[in-house]
Design a protein. Structure first.
Length: 323
């Protein structure tokens, strides 16, 4: 759902994702939720009702004299809300209701939003307050309980509506005090808002685009519709061709970038190998310089010559000059 504001008025678009169709409405009148609550004497404000999905009621949409646009609108509105199974659903989940009413005379669609409440039947408003109140009322200003009950015993619109045709037997326990199974209760609808008065302007086959299936003001001949269909097909073909070319360009750029990355990696690996070879040669030269030379008299190390061993002989008296 998309709301938009233009110079001519407020518009509403309801589209089905992802392929449409799309309904275009003109919002003739509307009231905000706060405006609806402000008009009520005792507005019903609670967050508990919004925890479950609302029920949908479509009135005056079916019929043989209705056009195809109304059938499409009916299907679109129904699919906006989850389907329910009355035999398996819990009664306490039915907390709100959304009403769409089609006016044959004006061609307008009225949208209303209500909350569902149940109240006791066959009792006055004063007794209802005592039964349904969460806290007991203060009776300090009364001499007897009957004064509190009878002070609002006059007939009111609410009392008149609580007839047998408006009462039901609860098949399950419902929210609220005293709303137990098999109890007789009157069903009421309290408006939450907002409310809108809509007019269907046109229907498009796609999501905010595509063939115009219905238009409230413009009516085209078959030749005009065929021409627009051909132009639209040509446009789609061009878009598909451009999309394919863009994908090919992206793929080509990816391959070029990948080749550049691989080339840079190979060059880096080759440089690392050359650096390793240079380091190995330097280490080999250093080791050869540190080793002693085998050539005598070389400058690296002086030659060490050990003295020859003398031959020992026995000494005689002549050697010491004996007489």
């Amino acid at each position: 759902m998309l709301f938009s504001q233009t110079e001519t008025g407020t518009n509403l678009r309801i589209g089905r994702i992802p392929r449409g169709p799309t309904l275009y409405f003109r919002v003739n009148k509307y009231s905000l939720a706060k405006d609806c609550l402000r008009l009520q004497k005792t507005p019903h404000v609670s967050d508990a009702e919004y925890k479950t999905s609302p029920l949908i009621i479509l009135n005056n949409f079916a019929g043989e004299d209705k056009g195809k646009e109304l059938k499409l609108m009916t299907a679109m509105l129904q699919n906006m809300f989850p389907a329910i199974n009355p035999s398996t659903m819990h009664l306490s989940d039915a907390r709100r209701v959304v009403l769409f009413n089609y006016n044959d005379a004006t061609g307008m669609v009225d949208f209303r939003h209500f909350t569902i409440v149940v109240k006791p039947v066959g009792v006055t408003k004063g007794v209802k307050r005592v039964i349904m109140a969460k806290n007991l009322p203060s009776l300090a200003g009364f001499d007897d309980i009957s004064e509190y009950v009878l002070r609002e015993a006059f007939a009111s619109e609410s009392d008149v509506e609580d007839g047998p045709e408006n009462s039901v037997t609860l098949p399950q326990d419902y929210v609220g005090r005293g709303n137990t199974k098999n109890e007789q209760r009157a069903v009421r609808l309290l408006e939450l808002g907002p409310r809108m008065e809509l007019r269907l302007m046109k229907v498009e086959g796609g999501l905010c685009e595509g063939d115009i299936l219905y238009h409230n003001y413009l009516h085209k001949t078959k030749s005009q519709m065929d021409k627009e269909a051909r132009m639209r097909q040509i446009k789609l073909t061009r878009q598909a061709r451009r999309r394919q070319e863009q994908e090919q360009n992206v793929e080509r750029k990816k391959k070029t970038k990948s080749r550049k990355v691989n080339t840079a990696k190979n060059e880096k690996t080759s440089d690392d190998d050359n650096d390793n070879d240079d380091d190995y040669d330097s280490m080999a030269d250093a080791v050869s310089d540190d080793e002693p030379s085998d050539i005598p008299g070389s400058d690296s190390e002086p030659e060490i010559v050990l003295p020859a061993k003398s031959k020992r002989t026995r000494a005689s008296a002549d050697d010491f000059g004996a007489d």
